[in-house]
Design a binder for this molecule. Structure first.
Ligand code: GLC
Length: 646
């Protein structure tokens, strides 16, 4: 992998391995030395554009959490982290920005990989209008370009080879404890310990496995980070202990913004030490999020990260070892720059508007806000807009480093909404506020391999959808896919229909589907850990494993998983069958909730029946897949010394 340095970029965050470095001097500026590529540097207007030609059958993989297909051709994308819940192909920006692509040029040419490493805004046009080229405009002149190609490695690379080289260079992905592979129930709306206790009880009554329950913002005192509402959770330590006896880990949320409230410890310490982002006058910048007016910690400062990471102690002291970091794009509802009033009343009106209106405004407002506050980076004031995409990632770094100190490596779960390549070393991600639609179930499938390419292995979507009302059928099919994703969490927004497995009448079908997860956990976790250690991908497009197979190369609704499985989820409403393509002879495995039935299946197309309470997947011949003998009620009860071979 070779690195081209333009101007004065920030210290490396995405990449940790040493690479060959080429400084782009004025001579090079006019003549791009990367084969196929052209670049144009416009210092006056502050951007660099890159143009890469594509052949008709080339496939473009990558871009992590972005919309469109696994093949990114034909799409426009804007890397500019955004809190917007309308996930569709028309949405160009998501919560994370992952500027890594691999161009697969067929089996007789080498694949090429490129990482456009800048925390600034990046606009991608990947053969939109059949232009036959990729145009990437980076809105900065201070950045790094990483190139992976045949010339630097001296051999033809497959798309997977190019990805592996990148994965090695960006360092080992975060590995959570095994219980993080258990099933998690969440909803914005569990307010008290009685609510949480009730969720656990209902799962136990239905005999459905469960390992985690999330605590959304209502557990806090008026949404203030690192506080606990004493009326709702009078003794969190006792309650967390009570839950742990049942095998349950509580997962509280931590938001980026710290409420402006003198007297509150986090606020006072942040102000005293200059840990908050500042406005044009050098005073802490204020913007409204859930708690009302907040200040944003300046996670770019190492001392701020250390401080914020140490604050999790308030909760780890209660026996909590799992967290989700949220609102860290950062999401902004309004500020003095974008709204005339800053009264709390206004905020309350604002958040009770329909989600659609809220987010439409949010998008525009935040864009202006990001040009009104500053960070201190290496002693210099830097406008947030110029480093925007790394903000959430630096919060994950703060949390990850803090939790490692408090609890020890490998002993905590952490996942975040916003991300940037680099934060995959400190925690996982979930893909934000999706909706209860079949389209977004399909999106979940497409996101997984692209995220893995960029290092984000512990990831998953809000199973069943966050917004909107989920149907019984959609939840069952979604769970049947989430059975295989590292994060398996059912999460929904308040105001939507109840989405727990027991909220749809007869629970037997749900039990059967989640039982599969608890049979597979030893294999899934083993494959995950191995993939993380070896810079491999846990979930891959078929084309990565079968680069010579033209059919496999265009399949977007089946994924390879670990060394031995292929996942073939049902993704259409009303379907009881689906077509599956086998790039080689495999074993078909049918799970009915209690037993696995195996049959031989030959290379080629097959129509398979998949009743709503069954899961069908495939195993490579000779793959050793160890599973539990029966589904336990939580991961704690799995006996790793008493497994059986599938
Ligand atoms: C954001 C999160 C969502 C959470 C809500 C309330 O929208 O993405 O998961 O439930 O905030 O905290």
């Amino acid at each position: 992998m070779r690195q081209y340095i333009f101007g004065n970029p920030l210290e490396e965050f995405a990449v940790v391995e040493e690479t060959d470095k080429i400084i782009v001097t004025s001579e090079l500026a006019d003549k791009c030395p990367v084969s196929n590529m052209k670049w144009e540097i416009n210092v006056e207007d502050g951007w660099i554009s890159f143009t890469i030609p594509l052949e008709k059958n080339d496939i473009v993989y990558g871009l992590g959490e972005s919309m469109h297909g696994i093949n990114k051709r034909g799409g426009k994308y804007v890397s500019y982290n955004t809190d917007n819940s309308h996930h569709s192909d028309k949405m160009h920006s998501m919560y994370g920005s992952h500027n890594f692509i691999v161009i697969d040029r067929g089996c007789d040419k080498s694949a090429q990989g490129f990482c456009f490493d800048t925390p600034a805004r990046v606009v991608w046009d990947i053969d939109v209008d059949d232009s036959g080229e990729i145009v990437v405009v980076c809105e900065t002149c201070d950045m790094r370009l990483y190139e992976i190609s045949e010339s630097s490695e001296n051999r033809l690379l497959t798309a997977y080879d190019a990805t592996r080289i990148f994965r090695w260079a960006i360092g080992e992905s975060y590995i959570p404890p095994i219980w993080a592979f258990g099933f998690c129930q969440s909803r914005w709306g569990y307010k008290t310990e009685a609510d949480v206790r009730n969720v656990v009880k209902k799962y136990q009554e239905a005999d459905i496995p469960l390992d985690m329950v999330c605590m959304d913002i209502d557990y806090m005192d008026r949404y203030i980070d690192f506080t606990v509402n004493k009326k709702r959770f009078p003794d969190l330590k006792r309650f967390a202990g009570e839950m742990r006896e049942e095998g349950i880990h509580l997962v509280p949320i931590i938001d980026a913004g710290v409420k402006v409230e003198p007297g509150n410890e986090t606020y006072d310490e942040g102000v005293e030490n200059g840990f908050f982002c500042t406005n044009m006058e050098g005073k802490p910048f204020q913007a409204a999020v859930w708690p009302g007016m907040t200040h944003f910690p300046d996670f770019f400062q190492a001392s701020c990260r250390k401080w914020f990471g140490s604050k999790y102690k308030v909760l780890t002291d209660c026996g909590i070892d799992a967290f989700w970091n949220d609102m860290n794009e950062p999401s902004i509802f309004y500020s003095e720059y974008t709204k005339k009033t800053s009264s709390i009343k206004m905020l309350i009106n604002f958040i009770s508007k329909s989600a659609a209106e809220k987010y439409a405004e949010l998008d525009n407002n935040a864009y202006k806000d990001y040009r009104h506050f500053y960070h201190y980076i290496n002693g210099k004031r830097v406008l947030h807009h110029n480093v925007h995409n790394q903000y959430g990632a630096r919060m994950t770094q703060a949390g990850g480093e803090g939790l490692e100190k408090l609890l020890g490596k490998g002993n905590y779960l952490l996942y975040s909404r916003s991300s940037f390549i680099g934060s995959h070393r400190y925690g996982g991600i979930w893909t934000g506020d999706n909706e209860s639609t079949w389209d977004l179930l399909r999106t979940n499938v497409k996101h997984m391999p692209s995220l893995n390419m960029c290092g984000f292995m512990y990831s998953g979507a809000d199973t069943g959808g966050f917004g909107g009302n989920c149907t019984r059928e959609l939840l069952l099919r979604w769970l049947a896919f989430s059975d295989f994703t590292p994060l398996m969490r059912d999460h929904s927004c308040m105001g939507t229909r109840k989405q727990e497995c027991y909220a749809f009448g007869d629970t037997e079908d749900f039990k059967r589907i989640i039982n599969l997860r608890y049979r597979l956990i030893p294999y899934l976790y083993e494959q995950f850990v191995e993939a993380a250690h070896n810079g491999e991908m846990y979930m891959r497009p078929l084309g990565f494993d079968y680069p010579d197979d033209r059919t496999a190369r265009v399949i977007e609704d089946q994924l390879m998983l670990g060394q031995g499985l292929m996942v073939t989820p049902v993704l259409e409403e009303g379907a009881t069958k689906r077509d599956v393509y086998l790039p080689q002879d495999m074993e078909m495995i049918r799970f009915d909730g209690y037993t696995f039935t195996k049959s031989e299946a030959a290379k080629g197309w097959h129509e398979i029946e998949v009743p709503i309470n069954e899961v069908v997947f495939f195993k490579l011949p000779n793959a050793k897949v160890m599973v539990t003998r029966e589904a336990s009620k939580c991961t704690r009860d799995i006996d790793m010394n008493d497994l059986m071979e599938l």
